[in-house]
Design a protein around this ligand. Structure first.
Ligand SMILES: NC(=O)c1ccc[n+]([C@@H]2O[C@H](COP(=O)([O-])OP(=O)(O)OC[C@H]3O[C@@H](n4cnc5c(N)ncnc54)[C@H](O)[C@@H]3O)[C@@H](O)[C@H]2O)c1
Ligand SMILES: [Zn+2]
Length: 402
C-alpha cells in the first residue's frame, strides 16, 4: 500500500482521538485508507427513473469534506422533480434531506457553520450553500425556484457528480453550509430539513404578535408538515391545538403528536358546519391562530372561517403553485381584521434552532421518529419514490445501512 501524506495525517488524527478518549472513532475505520476509490449515486436519468451510477471519489480541496451518507428523506420537491423535472435538472443526483459521517476533511476545515468543531467521525447535515447572513431565506435571494438556490441534492450535474444525498458519498465543497449534529440519532437527522420548515413558519407566525402561550391554534392538514407543526407548537407550551384533516389515521397520529382534539372535515357538510365543528372542539371558541398545512385551495378558502376576529393565519401549504383559492375579503379578512403571514422554507438560523427543537420534542415524549414510516436502500430508490407518489405512509427515507 502506498503511504502518502493524507493517510499519515488521518492516522495521527486517529491516534490523537484515541488518546483523548473519543470512543466515537473506532480504530482504523475512519482513515483515508478505508475510503473506496469510487462512490455510487442514484442519478435521475429520465422522468420517473433513477440509475445507480458509480463515479471516482475525487481528491479533496483543503476546504472540502467527504461524507459517507447514512440516509436521506424523500421530499415533496424530489417527487415533483422525479415526475416532471420542473427545475430542468435531469440528469441529477437528488436528495437534500440527508445526513452522514465525515470520513475525510481538507486541512483547513476546523469548524461547522455554527462555530462548532468538526472532526472525522462527526455526523453532519448541509443547508443552503451560502453563509454570509444567517437570516436570509431563498425568498430573499429572489430565486425563481429551488433549483437555482444552491442546495445539495438540487444542483446541476458536474464533473464531480457527488452532489446529492441519494448516494454512498457526497462531496461538501469549501464555502458550503454544514452543521455538526453528532448528538442526534439518524432518524432525527433525516427529519431536520422538514422540521426547519416549521421552525420558520412558527417564527413567521410570532411576528404577528398573536401567537402566545395558551393560544387556541388550528393546524389544518396532518401530513408530515402539519404533524411537525403540532410538535413545534407543543415544545413552545401551546397545548390547545385542534388538528383538521380528512384521514382518520393521520388525525390519530396528530393526537399522538400533541393535538388535543381532532376534526375530520369529511364528517361535515359545508364550511359553515365545519367551522362550528372546530368551534365546538375549542369548547365554544374560534381559533386565535391557524396554520394552513395543505396544498388544497379549498383548505385555504376554509381556514378563515375557523379564526376569531383579530386572529392570525400562517399560510405555508403552497410551496408550489396549487392554483387559485376563493375567499370573501369582507367576511374573511377585512371585517375580522385577520393578520396573515406567508412562510417559505427557512433560514440558516432556523436550521440551527431546529436541532434544539428536536431534542426538546423528544424530551417531552413526542414521537417525531415515527414520522419515518418507510425505509429503502439506495438500490430500491425507484420503489421508494413509487411509495411516496402513492401517498402511502408519511416520510419515506433512503437509508444506506439497510
Ligand atoms: N412553506 C414551505 O416551505 C413548505 C415546505 C414543504 C412543504 N410545503 C407544503 O406543505 C403542504 C403539506 O405538506 P405535507 O408533506 O404534509 O403534504 P401531505 O400531502 O402529506 O399532507 C397534506 C394533508 O392535508 C390534508 N388535506 C387535504 N385537503 C384538506 C382540506 N381541505 N382540509 C383539511 N385537510 C386537508 C390531506 O388529507 C393530507 O393529510 C404541501 O402542499 C407542501 O407543498 C411547504
Ligand atoms: Zn425539501
Amino acid at each position: 500500500m502506498e503511504t502518502n501524506s493524507i493517510n499519515i495525517e488521518d492516522i495521527v488524527k486517529q491516534v490523537l482521538s484515541e488518546m483523548t478518549g473519543d470512543k466515537k472513532v473506532p480504530a482504523g475505520s475512519k482513515t483515508a485508507g478505508d475510503i473506496p476509490k469510487t462512490a455510487r449515486v442514484a442519478m435521475l436519468t429520465k422522468l420517473e427513473h433513477f440509475d445507480i451510477r458509480e463515479y471516482p471519489i475525487p481528491e479533496l480541496g483543503e476546504e472540502d469534506i467527504l461524507v459517507k451518507v447514512e440516509g436521506c428523506g424523500i421530499c415533496g420537491t424530489d417527487a415533483h422533480e422525479f415526475k416532471r423535472d420542473p427545475f430542468a435538472l435531469i440528469p441529477v443526483v437528488l436528495g437534500h434531506e440527508g445526513t452522514g459521517e465525515i470520513v475525510k476533511m481538507g486541512s483547513k476545515v476546523k469548524k461547522d457553520s455554527a462555530g462548532k468543531p468538526l472532526k472525522v467521525g462527526d455526523k453532519v447535515v448541509t443547508c443552503m450553500i451560502f453563509k454570509d447572513n444567517p437570516d436570509i431565506t431563498m425568498f430573499d435571494l429572489n430565486k425563481q425556484n429551488v433549483g437555482g438556490a444552491d442546495v445539495y441534492g438540487l444542483l446541476p450535474d458536474d464533473d464531480v457528480h457527488l452532489n446529492g444525498w441519494f448516494s454512498d458519498y457526497i462531496l461538501i465543497r469549501g464555502g458550503s453550509t454544514v452543521f455538526n449534529v453528532s448528538d442526534l440519532d439518524l432518524d432525527s437527522r433525516i427529519l431536520i430539513e422538514p422540521c426547519a420548515v416549521l421552525i420558520h413558519a412558527v417564527e413567521r407566525a410570532k411576528t404577528t404578535g398573536i401567537l402566545r402561550f395558551n393560544s387556541r391554534v388550528v393546524v389544518q392538514g396532518c401530513g408530515p408538515i402539519g404533524l411537525i407543526c403540532i410538535a413545534v407548537l407543543r415544545t413552545m407550551g401551546i397545548e390547545n391545538i385542534v388538528a383538521v384533516d380528512g384521514e382518520e389515521k393521520r388525525l390519530a397520529f396528530a393526537k399522538e403528536m400533541g393535538a388535543e382534539t381532532t376534526v375530520n372535515f369529511k364528517n361535515y357538510k359545508g364550511v359553515e358546519e365545519l367551522a362550528e365543528g372546530v368551534k365546538e372542539a375549542f369548547s365554544g371558541y374560534l381559533a386565535d391562530f391557524a396554520f394552513q398545512c395543505t396544498g388544497s385551495p379549498a383548505g385555504h378558502s376554509n381556514i378563515y372561517k375557523f379564526i376569531r376576529n383579530g386572529g392570525g393565519l400562517c399560510e405555508l401549504g403552497f410551496f408550489i403553485n396549487g392554483g387559485n383559492a376563493t375567499i370573501n375579503p369582507h367576511f374573511d379578512i377585512c371585517s375580522k381584521e385577520i393578520t396573515t403571514v406567508g412562510s417559505w422554507v427557512y433560514t440558516l438560523r432556523d436550521y440551527a434552532t431546529t436541532f434544539d427543537f428536536i431534542k426538546r420534542a423528544k424530551g417531552i415524549g413526542l414521537p417525531l421518529n415515527k414520522l419515518i414510516t418507510h425505509k429503502y436502500s439506495l438500490e430500491q430508490i425507484n420503489e421508494g419514490f413509487a411509495t411516496n407518489l402513492k401517498m402511502e405512509g408519511l416520510k419515506i427515507a433512503v437509508v444506506n445501512s439497510l
